[in-house]
Design a binder for this molecule. Structure first.
Ligand code: NGQ
Ligand code: ZN
Length: 453
């Protein structure tokens, strides 16, 4: 057991002062007392809960920046995807693990203390399955445990290239499973991850394009006795909406709600293109909208109807997805800025009882992110995992901020990252901006980038 003392800490209902935080040997918070007498070791700075990252394709970190080159005048999400397939086709198991380890350390430094990995890289480069013991998903699990980040591992069911069961293309050969092989992988990984205290599995469908309605029903029926997080990409691009309308006469989110019991276990990734009724249904469902503003901007997806969704009480969280950038602040800032650019107004994502945008953004992303990962995280509260950030109180904007303005100052004013120390599961993983494996992993990551260039 350890007792820490923070002069300022962000609790579920706001900032508290002189907070004593007790953490068990197993890494959970067992006591929080505000206005306490100084006791225990002082946390050198300002304490906030670590942020869950609810959407990641780790291998895509290796191609960040390389696709910002015009190949043809109509470059789009779909031409980016072809380049992504080319990267996915050649990557080796060792490379997957090194990229993920390096990325997860970048995430920790950025303030993400857990990640949901949407993992569909299943087979070797000929499209032949690995044995379960050699599955690439285990490389992800190992990368997470070695970096110290929490993990919700989402092995992905991916069977088809488009609506109505179109046969997969050559570029998708490493992704393709049927329902049985998917369930076997999920079962195996769940047993393996039971040994990792900060890891769990969840269910995942790549998209309505990549699975049939029957497959969704089969997987959910198989797991009906044990509900768990369920993630899906949905309505990311207008073309997906158009193809879905051509397939069934309904928009993707409307179809999902009419055919599947979407509840608080679900996380709908992107959900960019929503009609007003779809926005309101998603908000009322208790499911999480998994927003990835920097990737959605990078890929030209569109803008999520954030203001309406928040006004309807919708839950949401953030993901760094393709990892074009790895920054909690940038993700949250762009969520708000997208709304401003679209509406030609300022301060869009306020709530009736919370006028400061930074507070709405940070607390909202903690709540939705934790729900989407299905873990006891995202709150400095007894019973939750001790995942926390210490912000540098020597940083001028952080040092001088009032309680009401502190998150606004971080998210909208700091040009450098003020995250100084990071604790996950009660252990320090980032100290003064550094991870114990920084040097060895930079060398390994440089080697991988050269190999993949
Ligand atoms: C993915 N990426 O699965 O990596 C997707 C695109 C697709 C993002 N949505 C590929 N950012 O939709 O098939
Ligand atoms: Zn994605």
């Amino acid at each position: 057991m350890a007792v820490w003392f923070a002069e300022k800490a962000l609790l579920p209902d706001g900032w508290a002062h002189n907070v004593s935080i007790t953490i068990s040997d197993s890494g959970d918070i067992t006591g929080i007392v505000a206005n306490a007498a100084p006791d225990g070791e002082r946390l050198p700075g300002i304490v906030v809960p670590g942020m869950p990252n609810l959407h990641s394709h780790a291998f895509q970190r290796a191609m960040a920046g390389l696709t910002e080159v015009v190949a043809n005048p109509s470059d789009s999400f779909w031409s980016w995807r072809d380049l992504m397939y080319r990267m996915a086709a050649k990557i080796t198991p060792d490379q997957v693990e090194i990229i993920a380890r390096y990325l997860y350390i970048e995430m920790l430094k950025a303030g993400y203390t857990s990640v949901a990995e949407f993992h569909y890289l299943h087979h070797d480069n000929h499209g032949n399955p690995y044995s379960l013991q050699d599955s690439l998903a285990l490389r992800i699990s190992r990368a997470a445990s070695q970096s110290g980040i929490g993990l919700t591992l989402l092995p992905v069911l991916y069977s088809y290239a488009g609506f109505s069961g179109q046969p997969p293309g050559q570029g998708q050969r490493r992704f393709i499973q049927d329902t049985d092989s998917y369930l076997a992988l999920h079962h195996y990984l769940t047993a393996q991850l039971a040994r990792e205290p900060m890891q769990r599995t969840g269910l995942c469908f790549h998209s309505l394009r990549a699975v049939t309605p029957e497959q969704i029903q089969q997987v959910l029926a198989y797991h009906a006795h044990q509900p768990q997080p369920v993630h899906i990409h949905i309505a990311e691009q207008q073309k997906e909406v158009d193809d879905c309308l051509a397939w069934c006469g309904q928009r993707p989110v409307a179809w999902l709600f009419d055919h599947v019991a979407v509840d608080h276990h679900w996380c709908l990734i992107h959900a960019t293109h929503l009609s007003v009724p779809e926005t309101d249904r998603l908000a009322a469902s208790g499911a999480v909208a998994g927003l990835c503003p920097t990737t959605e901007a990078n890929l030209g997806d569109g803008i999520f109807p954030g203001q309406r969704y928040l006004s309807q009480g919708g839950l949401w969280g953030i993901g760094s997805d393709s990892h074009i950038t790895v920054s909690v602040a940038e993700e949250l800032r762009w969520l708000e800025y997208g709304q401003r650019l679209q509406d030609q107004r300022r301060n869009r994502l306020a709530l009736p009882d919370e006028p400061a945008i930074g507070n709405v953004l940070y607390q909202g992303a903690l709540r939705g992110g934790a729900q989407a990962l299905g873990q006891k995280i995202g709150r400095l509260q007894p019973g939750y995992r001790a995942d926390l950030l210490v912000l540098d109180d020597r940083e001028p904007f952080i040092a001088t901020a009032s309680d009401a303005m502190r998150l606004n100052r971080w998210l909208f004013a700091c040009s450098a990252n003020p995250v100084r120390h990071v604790m996950t599961g009660g252990r320090w993983v980032i100290k003064d901006g550094h991870h114990a494996d920084d040097e060895s992993l930079s060398v390994a990551f440089i080697r991988v980038l050269k190999q993949l260039r």
